[in-house]
Design a protein around this ligand. Structure first.
Ligand code: SF4
Length: 404
């Protein structure tokens, strides 16, 4: 297959679903790591096509959702300063900090701008030599390389009024933390394909072996997700636990060596707090000491900020797969995309946003699933625009979304 719409083919989807039904003999719980996969699953109704024995647990792979409240509050503090132009992806503007968000800072006169690339922020710095330009650098292994490249460029071009508020996170330590949790029910992982397109698959065999858990590198279209589920279930039924690459059209085993070299030059591994989850050892990147002059936290000294999470928000449990979004009491009432209590409701990759956007109020065990032969994924059959985009979703995500 060569084109994206071929990975949404209803007939092929039906065959994969039938194969999964024929393979499964007992209950299995699989976690899709990435919020992009969660949205694909909910949008296309993939979970409803699977056998009742296969439960999909939504993982923590949404970069906006896991950015710690303390970092959001630091962003708010920096963005409030009159000398600062604060640049961010659009998703971050609605994420609630302690008491307010970046939109409110903009409403109060702060110069907060939405950009689509960190290089846009660097260009703004060149155009405004009398101002301090700060880029909000968040995300997983996918967004970290272009951010690293931007710091490299800033140094090369001698741009001194540019800095970055860095909160990058890494997937493998998160998988390790999930498997070590006493409440963990995950028996197999659909690993995030775009993360592996950068980092390759080399970090996963040790995890698969240590926790005796299959890890299948998976893409984001309906056939990608179904093939990931099929391979994971097949391994589980056979008692195997290896790493498979079901996204080979994008992921070479070694990843992207140039991107990895750039990461190693600009960043260093550090412990990192994940919003709603807590500190995970070695799960993040920060600017290496030799690049400290580009570190916004160092430049603006924003330590000792008092943070407070809303008590009603249970996003931490959602991010660990312990709670489905609609099981949160605030879902759809006190918490909506217009009045979000947590980042998982406002991010374009957030699980709460997916459930709200696609009106998903029931999941497995409630009789909501359809028989395998009944239908292909809902949005696969939905009307399409000429570019192949489904017209099924009720609304669009915010502009300028980062990816895992
Ligand atoms: S529905 Fe809202 S309050 Fe509940 S967990 Fe999700 S973001 Fe938090």
């Amino acid at each position: 297959m060569k084109y994206i719409d071929e990975f949404q083919d209803p007939e092929l989807a039906r065959k994969l679903v039938e194969d999964i039904h024929a393979t499964v003999t007992r209950p299995w719980a699989l976690m899709e790591v990435c919020g992009g996969q969660t949205h694909s699953i909910i949008r296309h109704g993939i979970d409803q096509l699977l056998p009742d024995e296969v439960e999909l647990i939504h993982g923590p792979g949404c970069p906006v959702c896991v950015t710690p409240l303390e970092v959001i509050d630091k962003a708010l503090e920096i963005a409030s300063r009159p000398e600062v132009i604060f640049c961010s992806y659009g998703d971050m503007l609605r994420v609630p900090g302690t008491g307010r968000d970046l939109f409110q800072v903009r409403g109060e006169g702060g110069d907060v701008r939405v950009v689509y690339s960190p290089l846009d922020a660097l260009r703004i710095a060149q155009q405004n030599p009398g101002r301090e330009v700060v880029f909000f650098g968040i995300g997983f292994e996918t967004t970290a390389p272009p951010n690293a490249m931007t710091v490299h460029q800033a140094r090369k071009l001698g741009i001194r009024n540019f800095s970055m508020l860095v909160s990058h996170v890494r997937v493998p330590p998160a998988i390790e933390a999930i498997m070590q949790s006493e409440s963990c029910r995950v028996q197999g992982f659909l690993a995030a394909g775009h993360v592996c397109s950068v980092m390759g698959t080399g970090e996963y065999p040790a995890l698969a072996e240590r926790f005796r858990v299959p890890i299948v590198v998976t893409g984001f279209e309906p056939l990608d997700v179904l093939e990931g589920v099929r391979r994971t279930v097949r391994q589980l039924e056979r008692g195997e636990h290896t790493v498979e690459n079901a996204y080979a059209r994008v992921v070479p085993p070694e990843g992207n060596p140039a991107a990895k070299a750039m990461l190693a030059d600009i960043f260093e591994v550090t412990d990192r707090a994940w919003r709603g989850i807590g500190v995970i050892p070695d799960s993040g990147w920060r600017l290496a000491a030799r690049h400290r002059e580009f570190d916004a936290e160092h430049r603006f000294s924003v330590a000792d900020i008092d943070t407070r999470e809303p008590e009603a928000c249970r996003a931490g449990e959602v991010l660990q797969g312990l709670l489905k979004p609609h099981e949160c009491e605030a879902f759809g009432t006190a918490c909506t995309p217009r009045t979000p209590l947590g980042a998982t409701m406002v991010s374009s990759e957030g699980a709460c946003a997916a459930y709200y956007l696609y009106r998903r109020l029931e999941t497995s065990g409630t009789g909501a699933k359809q028989p395998a032969q009944a239908t292909a994924p809902a949005a696969v059959n939905a009307p399409r625009t000429p570019d192949g985009t489904s017209t099924a979703p009720a609304s669009a995500p915010l502009e300028g979304s980062p990816v895992v």
